[in-house]
Write a protein that binds this ligand. Structure first.
Ligand code: B1H
Length: 832
């Protein structure tokens, strides 16, 4: 079904804009037609929107490829220091609208297509999301490479060219169904294959000790299998197009040269089998957000892309004619969580075994090159790989890890002589019935900087996760608060609000988000308030149409749009939102005249396919939605909508239409959150706990303009230490007891009593690990305050403006400048 994509057409201001790349409407129009005719072999009368989309992308490419080449020439000409951002995830979303905005050619393309009888917004809807990530961690990587290019820093993103990105979600009788995401089944105009930069990656096999002609021994790894890594480059256009960097994604293929025997000696069928085995390595993105599966294929994925990337980095270094002593002057490698940790022993292996450098020298280079970002404290997310698996897949890397650990434990011995408990705790290798390699420990030991992603999280990394490491290396653990790119998350997704800001504070806010503060004095200006809230209402009307298209559900734009969009996880507490919704529903049923501002609760979330409770929560929300939405007694005061297949492109339509942003994780568990920032920037008010970046948002906005509730990090700790008993809350709060008991009936699942009982059990019998019941009352009160505040239109508008205008700190350009100053030490090289 086609989604309504009609945006308020912004008055064409192209006359005032000096585009980064010279292109008139006429030229753009001709370029699109040329591509339609000459690249796609079709014509206006036959072309469907997909063809128009392709033609437009090709036309854009013609403009940006030149900048890409110029950037690469400039970077290699200056032999620049670059950051290599290694990440298993890049959640890019769509690129056409973003690239046009960053080239400052959006209006030009809009006019050009209009002249051809086409609507650019509709054309953009044709683009499949590049969903090569799960959630916040992957989207952060995408925002960061946008900022790196915008700021003019030499940077390469390295990742995997998954054939299937994050699964597509649909619902069947309220339950999540997963289907493969075939985003590039019919080709992808944005990627360039680079066969000239193919890499070969060994796996399995054994290690031999070899004595060289000088009588010195070294190790040689004889692989049992080899993969071929084929790079696909996606251009990353900085705003203003002064820099076009690349995202390099590796696709795995069989290495026919290595498997020559199989491929030739009559093993035709065996050869095909080997080939498809090799291709499985980059076949699919693991759909877990914040849990670790410990599967062999996943370790191989990690090694495959790290090995390709490290070799590619060294190839560029050598090509520049450089010598090893300056490797760390030219190369910075950022590890996006522990997933690319294996790059560390891989670089050591190349330097020591292949380049025959002295261990100490190689190690001193690694210490300067690597830095690591921690994104979570959840124990189930901290990666560990069994020694046995390592031994089988990466035997030489295991030896190298042992040697790194042996030397590290000597340092520990010096600091804490004779303390074996500390040694056991800090050791990279965990002893036990199954010996395990602790990837985070390897990262901390090696990296010169380790950062958390929001102030409170970074503090907890120091005090709770790595306290001894903090004593051992007092300047290593730092904070870099996350941010979001204002290009995608305001300029492109909310053109009307962007235009209002252009007019109010000047166009500079796009690259200097602090400028929004200049709009603060207008927060109490009735004319400005009216315009701000009219834009919000228009965005809500657009979302109303999308909701109708996607679900058939009718909602009113006059209701409060209360939105929770993020991965489904118990620590994010969608179930707390659920029991509050049930509370309102009960109040309405008990008293049909119950006075509340009509409210639409919107959800978007994917559950990891193997995460039972998360799937139950989706099911419950869908079942409650069915019942609530069709209940005439409550006169439309309450609606619940779970939009299927939440992804970046859907997010772009939801953030601008939100009145309330739900950021309700148990304090201490959401490392940062970044959706929280996107909501506020687009003028939503937050109902949230003092967790992650919410805390810093409260500092910027003023907590009095948010709906803060619940236990603090310290209070959570106290309660857990004292012994938490959810039944205390259950028996003491009749409303809470009633809604939980409701879940045991068949009210929401007629004929199937108990179908939702799992959720009640998790909140009572299983101990309510995430303290939903402890925060329930305070959460309900926060929602009552939302209702009261919303009735005061001027007050609400003032707060909405204050939230948006105070988001300056949370732009990813600031995050990147923090990394540059404290971790990477890069210089800018924008094109003239
Ligand atoms: C975040 C992850 C994550 N933290 C393991 N950890 C994964 C862990 O596939 N895996 O195995 C995938 C993802 N993701 C998120 O990072 C945090 O929960 C957010 O709070 C934070 O905003 C985001 C970016 O820093």
């Amino acid at each position: 079904k086609k989604q309504a994509a009609k945006k308020t057409i912004i008055k064409n201001k192209s006359a005032e804009i000096v585009p980064a790349v010279a292109c008139t409407t006429k030229q753009m129009r001709q370029a699109i037609l040329d591509r339609l005719h000459k690249s796609l072999a079709t014509e206006e009368s036959k072309a469907n929107n997909k063809a128009w989309w392709n033609a437009t992308c090709y036309a854009v490419n013609e403009l940006l490829f030149e900048k890409l080449t110029d950037t690469q020439k400039s970077h290699s000409g200056h032999d620049t220091r670059a950051v290599n951002y290694l990440s298993l995830e890049f959640l890019m979303g769509r690129l056409l609208s973003n690239n046009l905005h960053n080239l400052e050619l959006f209006n030009v393309a809009q006019d050009a297509l209009k002249g051809l009888g086409k609507d650019l917004y509709e054309i953009c809807e044709e683009e499949p999301d590049m969903a090569l990530g799960n959630g916040g961690l992957g989207r952060l990587a995408a925002c960061f490479i946008d900022s790196l290019a915008t700021l003019g820093y030499p940077a390469i993103g390295y990742g995997i060219h998954y054939e299937n990105g994050l699964f597509a979600q649909s619902f069947q009788d309220g339950r999540q169904i997963e289907r493969p995401d075939t985003w590039r089944e019919y080709g992808n105009p944005w990627e360039i294959c680079r066969p000239e930069s193919i890499q070969h990656v060994p796996l399995y096999g054994y290690v031999e000790t070899v004595i060289d002609e000088n009588g010195i021994s070294h190790k040689v790894w004889h692989a049992g299998q080899k993969l071929k890594g084929v790079p696909w480059d996606v251009p990353i256009v900085g705003y203003g197009a002064k820099t076009v960097n690349i995202l390099r994604l590796w696709e795995s293929r069989a290495d026919e040269a290595f498997d020559w025997d199989v491929f030739n000696a009559g093993g035709y069928v065996d050869a095909q089998v080997e080939k498809s085995k090799a291709e499985t390595i980059s076949k699919v993105l693991y759909p877990n957000d914040s849990t670790d599966e410990g599967k062999e294929l996943r370790l191989i994925q990690q090694y495959f892309f790290c090995a390709c990337s490290v070799k590619d980095i060294l190839r560029r270094f050598r090509r520049a004619g450089n010598k090893w002593p300056i490797l760390a002057e030219k190369v910075a490698i950022q590890l996006n969580d522990t997933h690319p940790t294996i790059a560390i022993p891989e670089l050591m292996r190349i330097l020591v075994d292949e380049e025959r450098l002295d261990w100490n020298f190689a190690w001193s280079l690694c210490e300067k090159i690597f830095s690591y970002t921690n994104h979570t404290l959840l124990p189930e997310a901290l990666e560990k790989w069994s020694v046995a698996l390592f031994e089988k897949v990466l035997p030489r890397h295991l030896e190298i890890i042992y040697e790194i650990n042996r030397r590290f434990l000597e340092t520990v011995e010096q600091k804490w002589p004779g303390d074996n408990d500390i040694k056991a705790k800090l050791s990279i290798v965990e002893e036990g019935s199954q010996r395990m390699v602790r990837m985070a420990n390897l990262c901390v030991v090696t990296s010169h900087k380790v950062n958390g992603v929001a102030a409170v999280h970074s503090e907890l990394v120091k005090t709770d996760l790595f306290p001894e490491f903090d004593q051992l290396y007092p300047t290593k653990l730092i904070n870099v608060t996350n941010g979001i790119t204002p290009r995608r998350w305001l300029k492109a997704c909310n053109p009307a609000l962007a235009a209002l800001y252009d007019e109010t504070v000047g166009k500079d806010w796009v690259v200097n988000l602090d400028k929004l503060k200049d709009a603060l004095p207008k927060a109490t200006d009735t004319v400005f308030q009216k315009r701000f809230m009219e834009i919000k209402r228009d965005n809500k009307v657009e979302l109303v149409n999308i909701i109708k298209d996607l679900t058939g559900i009718e909602v009113s734009a006059d209701a409060i749009f209360d939105i929770q969009i993020k991965r489904l996880h118990e620590y994010k507490r969608q179930q707390l939102n659920l029991i509050h919704i049930l509370t309102l529903y009960r109040r309405l049923l008990d008293n049909p005249d119950y006075d509340m501002v009509p409210r639409v609760f919107l959800f978007g979330a994917k559950a990891a396919p193997g995460y039972h409770m998360a799937k139950q929560i989706i099911y419950a929300l869908n079942k409650v939605a069915e019942k609530v939405n069709s209940d005439k007694r409550i006169k439309g005061k309450l609606k619940v909508v779970f939009l299927p297949n939440y992804r970046v492109s859907l997010a772009e339509k939801m953030f601008p239409a939100a009145d309330i942003s739900e950021q309700i994780s148990t304090a201490g568990l959401e490392a940062s959150g970044t959706g929280n920032m996107k909501f506020a920037l687009n003028g939503a008010l937050t109902v949230g706990t003092m967790d992650g970046a919410n805390i810093e948002m409260a500092e910027e906005i003023g907590a009095e303009h948010m709906f803060i509730f619940g236990l603090s990090v310290a209070e959570v700790k106290e309660l857990k230490t004292a012994g938490y008993n959810p039944y205390d809350y259950y028996y003491n709060n009749p409303e809470l007891k009633a809604v939980l008991d409701w879940l045991d009936t068949d009210f929401f699942t007629p004929g199937q009593p108990g179908a939702l009982s799992d959720i009640k059990r998790s909140l009572l019998e299983y101990g309510d690990e995430y303290l939903c019941l402890a925060d329930y009352e305070s959460y309900c009160k926060a929602h009552d305050a939302i209702d009261t505040t919303y009735r005061n239109k001027a007050l609400w508008a003032e707060k909405a403006i204050r939230n948006s205008a105070a988001m300056g700190k949370f732009n990813s350009d600031r995050s990147i400048e923090d990394y540059v100053e404290n971790v990477w030490h890069l210089k800018k090289y924008p094109l003239a």
